[in-house]
Design a protein around this ligand. Structure first.
Ligand code: TTP
Ligand code: MG
Ligand code: MG
Length: 455
C-alpha cells in the first residue's frame, strides 16, 4: 500500500434528486423522491430532506409515499443524469489519467498517477478544489474521500457525506476501522452482515480476531479471504482506468441466418451461460448485461440492462438476456448474436451475498420508466406516459416548465427554469392542449451545456 492518501473517491450527494432540485427551484430544500411511480416501482434515490422520513434507495414506492406523503415524486431523467455525469467525469480526468468510474455518480482517481498530489496536504487541496469545480460546473455537491487505498477512500467519502471531505491519514487505518460495524466494509450488505452476526461478529476488529480460517469457513474461500484482508486494512487494488476496465463478452456468427425465434432464444441462453463461465473464470461480476444482435441486413443492435448489484449468477444473466431479446425484432433472420457483461466489479461493490436476490428482483435503473403508468383508464395511462412527473415541457405562451402531475385528463405544470431565483407559477391544462409539448432539459448552471441530453 502507498504511504500517502492520494487515492480519491468521489460520490455525488443524492445524485438524481439533487439534479432535480437544481433544475426545479421550487424543490430546493424539499423532500424529493425519484423512482418508478407505477405499482411495482422502487425508489432510485431520495433527497436528504426525504431521508429524514426514512425513505431510501430500493424501497418500494408505496412505502415511500406512506412515510413521506408530502414529498415530490418524480420519474427519473436518465439522459440528463448521464450528461451531468459526463461533466463530472471530465473534471476527474483533468486530474489524472487513472479514473475508474463505478457508476454514474461515483469514481476512484489516482492522484499520484496524475502528479497532482504526493502527500496529505496536496491531496487535501486537490480534493477541496475538485469539490468547488464540481459545484461551479454542475451546481451540485459531491463528497470526497482521500486515503492510501480504494477501500479506505470509499469509506472516507461515505463519512464525508453530504457535501464534505474526509482524509484518512496513513497509519491510522486499523485504529479507525476496528470499532466500526462490519457493514462498513465493501461487499458486506445486509445478508452478509446477518450471517456474520449469527457467528458473533459485528465489528471489524472481531473479523480480525476471528481469523482467516474462520472467515473462509463462514463465507467461502474468495469472500472470506477478501474480507479478512480488508479488516486488516490491506487493499492493494490499483485504480483501473475506464478504457482498461474489462468487459466480458462472447458472440457467435452463424453460417446460415437463424430465422426461428425459439432457436434465437436458445442461442442467447447458451451465450449467456458461456459468458458467465468466462466471467467467473476471471473472478469478476458485473452489473450491466448487454445483448448484441446483427440482423440479416447487417444492421446491428445492442440492448442493455443494468441490475441493482453486480452478478455472476447464470440464471440472472440468462433472464436479463432473454428480456433484452424480447425487445428486438428478429424477423428476417439473425447473422450474429452476442452476450456481454460490463460494469465489472471485484469484491468492492455491493452485498455479494445478496446479489442473486437483487438480480432476481430485476433492474432498478433503466426499466424504471416502464413502471410509470398505473392504468386507471386507457386514457389516463396514455396521459401519464406522455406527461411523466418531473419531465420538462414547453408551452407556447408560458414557456418552459415541468410536469407536477397529471390525471383526470389534466396536466399540472410549474413554469420555472434552473436559473430562476425562486419557485415559478403553477397552471393546469388539458392533457391534449395543442400548445403544450414535451421539452429537453435546460442546463443546470447558466451558460452550461447539456450536450446530447435526451430525456
Ligand atoms: P448512490 O450514490 O448510491 O446514492 P445517491 O447519490 O442518491 O445518495 P448518496 O448521497 O448517499 O450518495 O447512487 C447514485 C444514483 O444511482 C442515485 O442518485 C440513484 C441511482 N440508484 C438507483 O437507481 N437505485 C439504487 O438502488 C441506488 C443505490 C442508486
Ligand atoms: Mg451518490
Ligand atoms: Mg454512488
Amino acid at each position: 500500500m502507498r504511504n500517502a492518501p492520494t487515492i480519491l473517491h468521489l460520490d455525488m450527494d443524492a445524485f438524481f434528486a439533487s439534479v432535480e432540485q437544481a433544475s426545479k427551484p421550487s424543490l430546493r430544500g424539499k423532500a424529493v423522491v425519484v423512482g418508478g411511480l407505477g405499482p411495482r416501482g422502487v425508489v432510485a434515490t431520495a433527497s436528504y430532506e426525504a431521508r429524514v422520513f426514512g425513505v431510501h434507495s430500493a424501497m418500494p414506492m408505496g412505502q415511500a409515499r406512506r412515510l413521506a406523503p408530502n414529498a415530490a415524486y418524480l420519474v427519473p431523467r436518465f439522459g440528463l443524469y448521464r450528461s451531468i455525469s459526463e461533466q463530472v467525469m471530465g473534471l476527474l480526468r483533468g486530474l489524472s489519467p487513472l479514473v475508474e468510474p463505478l457508476s454514474l455518480d461515483e469514481a476512484f482517481v489516482d492522484l499520484e498517477a496524475g502528479a497532482v498530489a504526493w502527500d496529505a496536504a496536496s491531496a487535501q487541496l486537490v480534493g477541496e478544489r475538485l469539490r468547488a469545480d464540481i459545484r461551479a460546473v454542475t451546481g451540485l455537491s459531491g463528497s470526497v474521500g482521500l486515503a492510501a487505498s480504494k477501500m479506505l477512500a470509499k469509506i472516507a467519502s461515505e463519512q464525508a457525506k453530504p457535501d464534505g471531505l474526509v482524509l484518512i491519514e496513513p497509519g491510522t487505518e486499523r485504529a479507525m476501522l476496528g470499532p466500526m460495524t462490519v457493514r462498513t466494509l465493501p461487499g458486506v450488505g445486509p445478508a452478509t452482515g446477518d450471517h456474520l452476526r449469527r457467528a458473533g461478529i459485528t465489528t471489524v476488529d472481531e473479523i480480525a480476531e476471528a481469523g482467516e480460517d474462520e472467515l473462509v469457513r463462514l463465507l467461502g474461500k474468495a469472500h472470506g479471504h477478501a474480507l479478512y484482508a480488508m479488516a486488516l486494512a490491506h487493499d492493494e487494488r490499483p485504480v483501473v482506468a475506464e478504457r482498461e476496465a474489462k468487459s466480458v463478452s462472447v458472440e457467435d456468427t452463424y453460417d446460415v441466418d437463424i430465422h426461428d425465434r425459439l432457436r434465437v432464444g436458445m442461442e442467447v441462453q447458451r451465450l449467456a451461460d458461456r459468458c458467465v463461465r468466462r466471467l467467473r473464470g476471471a473472478g469478476l461480476s458485473g452489473r450491466t448485461i448487454v445483448l448484441k444482435v446483427r440482423r440479416y441486413d447487417f444492421s446491428t443492435l445492442t440492448r442493455s440492462e443494468t441490475l441493482r448489484g453486480p452478478t455472476d449468477d447464470p440464471a440472472v444473466v440468462r433472464e436479463a438476456a432473454a428480456r433484452l431479446l424480447d425487445s428486438v425484432d428478429t424477423t428476417g433472420g439473425v447473422r450474429l448474436l452476442g452476450v456481454g457483461v460490463t460494469g465489472l466489479a471485484d469484491y468492492t461493490q455491493e452485498d455479494l451475498f445478496a446479489q442473486a436476490a437483487a438480480g432476481a428482483e430485476g433492474a432498478a435503473g433503466s426499466s424504471a420508466e416502464e413502471d410509470v403508468a398505473e392504468p386507471v383508464t386507457e386514457q389516463e395511462a396514455v396521459a401519464e406516459r406522455r406527461w411523466p412527473a418531473g419531465h420538462d415541457v414547453r408551452h407556447a405562451q408560458y414557456g418552459h416548465g415541468w410536469v407536477q402531475g397529471s390525471g383526470l385528463g389534466r396536466v399540472t405544470v410549474r413554469f420555472e427554469t434552473p436559473g430562476a431565483p425562486g419557485p415559478g407559477r403553477v397552471r393546469t391544462f388539458r392533457v391534449d392542449d395543442p400548445e403544450l409539448e414535451p421539452a429537453e432539459p435546460l442546463p443546470l448552471v447558466p451558460g452550461g451545456s447539456v450536450d446530447g441530453v435526451r430525456a
